[in-house]
Design a binder for this molecule. Structure first.
Ligand SMILES: *Cc1c(COP(=O)(O)O)cnc(C)c1O
Length: 220
């Protein structure tokens, strides 16, 4: 039987190959292991194998699993990759190290207020709704420039990059290309894009972090 640690090693090798294939340096891409819905017991072997960067999409779930795991393993970096409500800002800032899903001024302000209160300025990504899907979170592409400026200059967040989740029924490449273009013109160096099914494609378009869940932990 293939274990999560076998799959982790395969994906790491695959990422290195993709980096080289598109002329990017080794280590240019950070693997975020998305452990949502998996319990501490399932995560342990992956920590034991040396993985330290993880993604969760619910604040409450992460609060239940990660304090205990952090107590046992040094150097864990936890990324919030799911939608955030402003009434969870306090817990989010206390639990996570990086936020990928800033998608409206209200959440940006609530997070900044909490970061000031807790003395923890977390790196943040702005989520972009590249496919302009009504049911999906994220800032519309044409509104990103103004929102980035607002988050940086008015609100004072540390915006490091952009994040997207392409529409399921479309080729992801054009969405990744669009995200890269918007990031470039805003002077943002990080791109959070690519999941289990398309992380290789995303690396070709300049992803600096890929968020891979089921290809490591199995289907949810
Ligand atoms: C669940 C999730 C992932 C990982 O998805 P897989 O297809 O399991 O790799 C990546 N990004 C976000 C925002 C997610 O919610």
């Amino acid at each position: 039987m293939v274990s999560a640690t076998d799959r982790l090693e395969e994906i790491k090798a695959d990422i290195r190959n993709a980096e080289t294939a598109c002329g990017r340096g080794e280590g240019a891409v950070t693997l975020i292991a998305v452990s949502k819905t998996f319990d501490a017991e399932a995560i342990l072997p992956v920590l034991e194998a040396g993985q330290r960067v993880f993604g969760e999409n619910r604040v409450q779930e992460a609060m239940g699993k990660w304090p205990g795991l952090r107590a046992e393993y040094d150097g864990v970096e936890l990324h919030l990759i799911g939608p955030l409500q402003s009434n969870k800002a306090k817990e989010a800032v206390a639990t996570f190290d990086v936020i990928h899903t800033i998608d409206r001024p209200k959440i940006a302000r609530a997070l900044k207020a909490e970061m000031d209160r807790q003395g923890r300025q977390l790196p943040c990504f702005i989520q972009v709704n590249t496919g302009e899907e009504p049911q999906k979170a994220g800032i519309a592409p044409k509104e990103v420039d103004a929102f980035v400026k607002d988050c940086r200059d008015e609100i004072g967040l540390d915006i490091v990059g952009l994040m997207c989740i392409p529409p399921v029924d479309e080729a992801p490449g054009e969405h990744f290309a669009l995200l890269e273009k918007i990031a470039g013109r805003n002077g943002l160096s990080q791109l959070s894009m690519g999941m289990s099914s398309d992380y290789r494609v995303a690396i070709g378009f300049g992803a600096t972090c890929v968020r891979v869940g089921s290809a490591i932990f199995g289907s949810r």
